[in-house]
Design a protein around this ligand. Structure first.
Ligand code: NAP
Length: 250
């Protein structure tokens, strides 16, 4: 879905924006005046999200893209830059879990998490660099996780993917800083989305007791920080991992 084109509004891509943190990020950016391109793997949900985002004002372009597919991501990102004539912000948010203890983890569960959470960030960032370098401006914001720093039993594939994001963030920030492009990661703690919904009430109560602020985070807690990094407020911040976790990891 796409409506008209505007010459002057900043343009942001948010991957995995059909729900959860990605949707909250897209909504916050839309309300702040960004034109948006979003993607997810299911047409019905990504189009429904785009409908809601259109109500915030601005243009919204919705795409079905599996971010683990290198060629599809390249076509998506290059197509958005061409369609809107610019690309200011890339939020690499799409992510999955396939939990299991190391002894029993299937190679497919290792590979799908690494491909979806980590390789995707490389594919999308690489495709975004050309338009950003040309404009001598860009903001790349990667959604990592607190478990990249803490570790988590049963999630070694997920932790490895997020640790890789943190390392990639620092390397890319050093490569492209001179071109006016900042690269940062946000490491959420436990956030109330579909990803954490299956944990159950007991696990939630136990988690809350380990979080100094006494609650799970909301998707908006993360979205506010994405906007901070994307806007002028983030101009001198690069190569950082910003932890947003209610104090559960310091
Ligand atoms: P979520 O509610 O499960 O939503 C995930 C989003 O990613 C959906 O829009 C999903 O859309 C999309 N997605 C999944 N696989 C995809 C693929 N291969 N290609 C394109 N899109 C894909 O997850 P969330 O909790 O909002 O998490 C968002 C990000 O924050 C993830 O990177 C996650 O690791 C990270 N994070 C979350 C938490 C937490 O506690 N929730 C904590 C730390 C970090 P479809 O299903 O339609 O494809």
């Amino acid at each position: 879905m796409s409506e008209g084109m505007s010459e002057h509004k900043p343009v942001a891509i948010v991957t995995g924006a059909s729900r959860g943190i990605g949707f909250a990020v897209a909504e916050t950016l839309a309300k702040a005046g960004y034109d948006l391109a979003i993607c997810a793997t299911r047409e019905a949900t990504v189009n429904a999200a785009a409908e809601k985002l259109l109500a915030c004002g601005g243009q919204v372009s919705a795409h079905v893209v599996d971010v683990s597919d290198a060629e599809a991501v390249k076509i998506f990102v290059q197509g958005v830059a061409k369609q809107f004539g610019r690309l200011d912000v890339l939020v690499n948010n799409a992510g999955i879990t396939r939990d299991g203890l190391a002894m029993r983890m299937k190679a497919d569960d290792w590979k799908s998490v690494i491909d979806t959470n980590l390789s995707s960030v490389f594919y999308a960032s690489q495709a975004a660099l050309r338009p950003m370098m040309k404009a001598r401006f860009g903001r790349i914001i990667n959604i990592s996780s607190v478990v990249a720093s803490m570790g988590n039993p049963g999630q070694l594939n997920y932790c490895a993917s997020k640790g890789g994001i943190d390392a990639m963030t620092r390397s890319l920030a050093q490569e492209v800083g001179s071109r006016g492009i900042t690269v940062n990661a946000i490491a959420p703690g436990f956030i109330a989305t579909d990803m954490t919904a299956d944990l159950g009430d007991d696990a939630h109560a136990s988690l809350n007791s380990q979080i100094p602020l006494g609650r799970l985070g909301s998707p908006q807690d993360i979205a506010a920080a994405v906007l901070f990094l994307a806007a002028d407020s983030g101009a001198y911040i690069t190569g950082q991992v910003l932890h947003i976790n209610g104090g559960m990891y310091m």
